[in-house]
Write a protein that binds this ligand. Structure first.
Ligand SMILES: Cc1cc2nc3c(=O)[nH]c(=O)nc-3n(C[C@H](O)[C@H](O)[C@H](O)COP(=O)(O)O)c2cc1C
Length: 331
């Protein structure tokens, strides 16, 4: 639990509360690869490379995207407490693991939308069940595109033909992952029976059988226990978050955009499933670039849809305790 008392209005208390809220951010295999340092005058976000996945994610692309998501969660939490924040991404080249510094730059009452977003942090989850037969509207996609754009990231809704190409790229990625012992070992370590108690993906969040979908879901090594209905992905919208650069700063921004899109989608009642294996594997990542007509680099693929109301998810995936992921600087 966070040590900041509810009535404590100091910046340090606001930073600590934001770091705590950011703990609920999504991350690759629920590795939560971040560490926060709360200072009296700023909040620092570090990559925790002890939770990196060198076999699956050798460039730390998904680690940076995950940390970008935590950064955006912290921004949302600061805003909901009535603070405006300045973000300095990758502020010190001598400290590559210092990913961002957040500083309160002013105060302004939170709007209703700010409050809805911070509430969405508690509701958001990854939904691997097939979606029901209701389409995501063009207005909803436009809204999510606008939100990604605020971070300099594009959201492209795939056409029917591009979804077929995506399905091929995803199955290539699955084959490559299945043949890679390092990837298999990491997937097992974070999603199998020996996963850490406060992290990883428990079986209740993994489908108990392969859903009937055109675009295959990520294969986890462990058997799942999440009951799935007979739904399909025909009504789902597949979209790609992409941008012009493919470096650490771009991946961090992609994570902020992913979080913003996901929280807004949650507030709109939409279910979200990220697909990253197709980006992790070099060959399928190149296929995604071709699907985008070489206009940019794909960061993550999203399946958006309306969740199956007959099969609720069993709560939320676990998280590390606050003091595992946060250090409070006493000075
Ligand atoms: C960068 C990133 C990549 C992810 N890739 C996948 C994926 O390929 N397949 C999948 O089923 N879930 C994927 N996830 C979802 C995570 O497994 C999920 O966020 C984590 O288990 C925590 O669960 P929650 O999102 O329900 O809180 C990804 C999440 C992030 C942030």
């Amino acid at each position: 639990m966070n040590t900041a008392a509810e009535h404590d209005r100091s910046p340090a208390a606001a930073y600590a509360r934001s770091a705590e809220a950011a703990g609920r951010a999504p991350s690759i295999h629920n590795t939560q690869p971040w560490h926060w340092r709360v200072h009296p005058d700023r909040l620092d976000l570090f990559a925790d490379t002890t939770r990196a996945l060198p076999g699956t994610d050798p460039d730390e692309r998904m680690l940076l995207v995950s940390c970008g998501g935590a950064l955006h969660h912290a921004q949302v939490a600061l805003r909901a407490q009535g603070h405006l924040a300045q973000v300095r991404p990758l502020p010190d080249p001598a400290q590559p693991d210092l990913l961002a510094t957040l500083t309160i730059s002013g105060d302004e009452p939170a709007t209703a939308q700010d409050v809805r977003l911070v509430q969405a942090i508690q509701l958001r989850h990854t939904d691997r069940r097939p979606t029901v037969d209701l389409a995501v509207t063009a207005e909803q996609v436009d809204e999510l595109r606008r939100i990604a754009g605020e971070f300099g990231v594009h959201l492209h809704k795939l056409t029917r033909d591009q979804v077929s190409e995506l399905a091929v790229a995803v199955s290539r990625a699955e084959e490559a992952a299945a043949a890679d012992p390092a990837m298999q070992a990491e997937t097992a370590a974070w999603t199998g029976p020996g996963r850490p108690a406060d992290a990883g993906v428990p079986p209740e969040f993994i489908p108990d059988r392969r859903p009937e979908t055109d675009v295959g879901e990520r294969e986890f090594t462990a058997r799942g226990a999440l009951a799935v209905g007979g739904g399909h992905d025909k009504s789902s919208t597949y979209a790609v978050l992409f941008g012009e650069a493919d470096d650490r700063a771009a991946w961090l921004r992609a994570g902020q955009a992913l979080s913003a899109v996901w929280l807004h989608a949650t507030a709109l009642g939409l279910a979200v499933l990220p697909y990253s294996q197709v980006i992790e594997i070099d060959g399928s990542r190149a296929m995604m670039r071709r699907i985008l007509s070489n206009l940019g680099y794909a960061y993550v693929v999203l399946r958006l849809g309306v969740a199956d109301p007959d099969h609720p998810l069993p709560g939320h995936t676990p998280r590390f305790p606050f003091d595992t992921t946060t250090t409070i600087d006493p000075s």
